[in-house]
Ligand binder design. Sequence first.
Ligand code: SF4
Ligand code: SF4
Length: 445
Amino acid sequence: MDVSLVNSENRVGSEYPIDKPRQADLDRCVHCGLCLNACPTYRELGVEMDSPRGRIYQMVQVAEGQPIGDTYREHIDLCLACRGCESACPSGVQFGRLVEAARADIEANTRRPWLNRKTRDFVFRKLLPSPMLLTAAGAMLYVYQVSGLQKVLRAAGVLKLLGSFGDREALTPTAQIPFFFRQIGQTFPAEGVRRYRVAMIAGCIANISFARLNEATVRVLQKNGCEVVIPAGQTCCGALHVHAGIRDQARKLARQNIDAVLGHAATSRVPSFDAIVTNAAGCGSTLKEYDELFEHEPECLEKARSFKSLMKDVTEFLASIELNREMTPVNATVTYQDSCHLAHGQKIRNAPRQLLRAIPGLKFREMPLSDICCGSAGIYSVLHTDLSMKILEKKMENVTLARTDIVATANPGCMLQLEAGVRKWGHGERVAHVVELLDEAYRGF
Ligand code: SF4
Ligand code: SF4
């Protein structure tokens, strides 16, 4: 069935009629095909329409007036938005921006089935921006996990019988009590002389499932002479919304975060922050591109640019300052899985490796194809579990070839995916964020 062109709520009265691929961006592609081998979906499926070049070809057809149909939507949906093709492209095609715009165009001009629409509305517009709903969901998850129900179901193999639902359950994050929400609004002093003042973006789901990683990030920054402010009023960064084409909600969240951080800086006794940091590469990529959401809103654009000029991935920030070297050895071997939105989105490859190499006792070994996506890609692993698992299986073959005790990465979503991969195909490797390993080296365990 072809999806008919309809004006959805998004489209009616939209202040942003240009939320669709721009002709100038499409024109950059010269159809050389040099990106094909860098594309995980093409490598897996071998279908031109699921390659970057094929997807651009379809976007051009839509730009020329072809109606948006189910086939187009499926090929665009199946893209991981990993931006591996951007790194491979000699013509400078900004594929991430293209696919995000194509999804916004689809969102505005097609109507998804009722249940799909309601679920998306609840998750993107109600759950993710609401600390209260996230806390309630986190509490339910916690009960499921500590009651032993999850263990029993996993041990009994019941979940395996449920096919891809079982795979999805394996990706469920662990609820970590106490949640990090209680730290929002607090300021943590630098250890020793204060050298920097940084604002930290705590994320949305990360407050529940990566609360200990957020705490470790604060400690590592404090150890490096940073006063760490977790600005009150911050919310979900909107990365998942941008990737899903829900740009009106992404703009709302971006405005809230910009005001929370820049507003705090403006009212504080100290004039501004030296940096705004995040430990989530996927969030960082969008936070650094807030200006793209406000190209036609000059007042917000200016603020978004100020915000962007301070925004740094935590590994990027730590690698740029004189690192505190007072660490105890971490005697283990480690490999690094590039997070797509750090390597391809933010072009940061060296910083996390440099930090891992700075930890005494930790032996670093590269794995083959470390910058090919692990299949996590935000909520991709939940929406396209079968393909995501195939991509993960290939990733785990390369993890195995590295023969290390630890697989480090720089994004919570990748950590969840790799943990599921280790459970299914691994050899007991531990999955850790680069910052967690630094924290252990500073704390001496
Ligand atoms: S996206 Fe870049 S690499 Fe891929 S076909 Fe187009 S020009 Fe070539
Ligand atoms: S973003 Fe990733 S999955 Fe999508 S076309 Fe590019 S390389 Fe392929």
